[in-house]
Write a protein that binds this ligand. Structure first.
Ligand SMILES: *Cc1c(COP(=O)(O)O)cnc(C)c1O
Length: 366
């Protein structure tokens, strides 16, 4: 028998979450962001579910080729644009739209020989200080691009640093508007957090929203709001089974470093899942987990291939019992990836993306 760990992707959930994103930003066109192999879910596995999007956004050229190979004829946006001049050949050949965030990318475009002018998204650095032209330099970049025969349509975009948090987006929206208000072109500024929290405002959702984590059922602003609060459904389940049970006496310890000590007699389940499967090694005692659909907790340090759980709430559990690390458990019990991530000091995004290649994956339904 193969090792019992298994991930299941739920395309119907992705489809429903895409609809949810549309509702949150009515009349805006939606980019389905499928970078990082669809946040670990697999581009090919979610493709049918995101077909209803208006465009597909990603940043790896090989992933763009995979999307075209699946038969997608609609827009594809490279969120970081080109990484070197010859990437423009692929943009021409596959008709990829691309972000322009720096002068070097404009230089490359001006030297590019193409019969088909490119659609570009000019990126403003409105405060994130990662990619983009500052508001002061934005117009000059726009003017340079406008003068190029290689460029067809120019759209305008920016990205928020605090759409999920207390600082919010108002200062960046204001900076973006002030520096772009009389420029022509379509606009895109919202990620999942901005579109869920502010998408009902027309001046925020604008022409295109960029939905990433929400498509996969992650709450971008967990724990302030949960996936359930946003009516988002988990698109990935990571499940395994118990492969051993240990009965501890008071004072016995569990696993490497003896991190957990039993304060009374108790049973411990050993789960075939470890950090080499993508489960976070930093998960502390108390991190939630389901055994046979019953919520319990991780006890003891997560090791490479195994982790250990408290069986006190589920005394009937034994070897072969089903363990849900995140996602949908038996009987429809949910364990949001965001909760596991929060316990481990990270975000759901990271856990989804970190699903390890050795974990077998299948899709259900759809
Ligand atoms: C990843 C990404 C998004 C999507 O972000 P989510 O928080 O997952 O919705 C949007 N825009 C850009 C530029 C990105 O890189």
């Amino acid at each position: 028998m193969p090792r019992p760990i298994h991930a299941t992707i739920h395309p119907a959930a992705v489809r429903a979450n895409l609809e949810r994103a549309r509702h949150a930003a009515p009349d805006a066109r939606v980019w389905a962001v499928v970078k990082a192999d669809a946040y670990g879910h697999g581009i090919e596995r979610v493709f049918e579910a995101v077909r209803g999007a208006d465009g597909i956004a990603l940043l790896d050229l090989a992933e763009a080729q995979r999307v075209r190979a699946l038969g997608w004829r609609g827009p594809i946006l490279l969120l970081e644009g080109t990484f070197e001049p010859r990437d423009l050949e692929l943009c021409s050949r596959l008709s990829l739209w691309h972000v322009v965030h720096c002068d070097a990318q404009i230089d490359w475009l001006s030297a590019h020989k193409t019969h088909v002018p490119h659609r570009v998204f000019l990126k403003m650095n409105s405060g994130m200080n990662r990619l983009g032209f500052t508001p002061e330099r934005f117009r000059a970049a726009f003017a340079r691009l406008s003068a190029l025969p290689q460029v067809d349509e120019i759209s305008l975009m920016t990205h928020f640093s605090d759409a999920d948090g207390a600082r919010g987006i108002a200062h960046q929206v204001a900076a973006f508007q002030a520096a772009s208000q009389d420029l022509p072109g379509e606009r895109s500024i919202c990620n999942s957090a901005a579109l869920l929290r502010h998408g009902l405002q027309a001046e925020v959702r604008l022409d295109w929203v960029r939905a990433g984590v929400a498509l996969y059922g992650g709450a971008p602003d967990h724990p302030e709001r949960t996936a359930q609060d946003w009516q988002l459904q988990p698109a990935m389940t990571l499940a395994s089974r118990l492969i051993a049970v240990q009965h501890l006496n008071e004072g016995d310890t569990v696993g490497y470093g003896s991190r957990f000590t039993a304060t009374a007699p108790m049973s411990i389940g050993v789960v075939a899942c470890g950090y080499a499967d993508g489960y976070p090694r930093h998960a502390p005692d108390g991190t939630p987990v389901l055994v046979d659909g019953v919520r319990t907790r991780v006890v003891g340090r997560v090791s490479m291939d195994m982790l250990t759980v408290d069986l006190s709430p589920v005394p009937s559990a034994g070897i072969g019992s089903e363990v849900t690390l995140w996602g949908r458990g038996p009987g429809g019990v949910l364990l949001p990836v965001d909760e596991v991530a929060q316990a481990a000091g990270t975000i759901g995004y990271e856990l989804m993306c970190a699903l390890a290649p050795r974990v077998p994956v299948s899709t259900d339904g759809d």
